[in-house]
Design a protein around this ligand. Structure first.
Ligand SMILES: [Zn+2]
Length: 225
């Protein structure tokens, strides 16, 4: 994705780098999932963990490309939230994630500090624990799955930030390419139809011509014979 997505225009724009939006939790899930498309630059343990996460999510968020006949055999039927939840719970049982609360006392020893629920991933947890926690926190607890999408053109994952949850493409490039292709395809179909019609007319004319030619010598032949 070279071009800036519509995300950048949203309120969560990074003040230090206006070209890049601040990643939300779901945005981080998206970033990990899209790394699966570049396995050579993805840490093998994380790759393995996120491949499992993707399998769960594939049952929640259909891949529009897969529907066009390229469905991977191992992919569960989609969308199937009940399957996804079952798969997640099975995965989560394998790797319990420790939850941590910290007391932030300022000054130290003060009894009235802040109590902070620490993100488990800041503790030492493995790649699968991290992936499971991300899904639990941002996809399920936050209802992020309702905004999780796959691009209709390129199958990349993205976070739908439109109010009416109607975003179908990961960015404007994909939207344009998709519609240009559709236009070309339609134009092509129309041309073929036109061509087909012309050919039919031509064939009919030829048949008529052949018939009239055939009937003349036949008459001649009869008289001759
Ligand atoms: Zn795309």
């Amino acid at each position: 994705m070279k071009s800036r997505t519509s995300h950048a225009k949203k309120k969560g724009t990074n003040p230090h780098d206006p070209g890049h939006p601040v990643l939300t939790g779901l945005g981080e899930v998206v970033r990990y999932l899209n790394r699966l498309a570049h396995p050579q630059v993805f840490d093998p343990k994380k790759r393995e963990a996120w491949a499992k996460a993707e399998r769960v999510l594939a049952a929640l968020v259909p891949d529009p490309q897969a529907r066009q006949g390229t469905t991977i055999a191992t992919q569960p039927p989609s969308p199937d939230p009940v399957w996804a939840v079952g798969a997640f719970n099975r995965l989560a049982r394998q790797v319990p994630v420790p939850l941590v609360v910290q007391a932030v006392l300022d000054p130290p020893g003060d009894k009235m500090g802040r109590l902070v629920a620490t993100e488990p991933r800041l503790r030492r947890i493995n790649a699968l624990q991290e992936a499971v926690w991300f899904l639990w926190r941002y996809v399920f607890d936050d209802q992020g799955w309702l905004r999780l999408r796959r691009c209709k053109k390129c199958s990349l994952w993205f976070e739908d930030q439109t109010r009416n949850r109607s975003q179908e493409f990961c960015n404007a490039d994909c939207l344009n390419r998709y519609w240009n292709r559709a236009k070309r395809r339609n134009a092509g179909a129309a041309a073929l139809k036109k061509k087909g019609k012309a050919r039919l007319i031509l064939e009919r004319l030829k048949r008529q011509e052949a018939r009239s030619k055939a009937s003349k010598p036949a008459k001649k032949g009869k008289h001759a014979g």
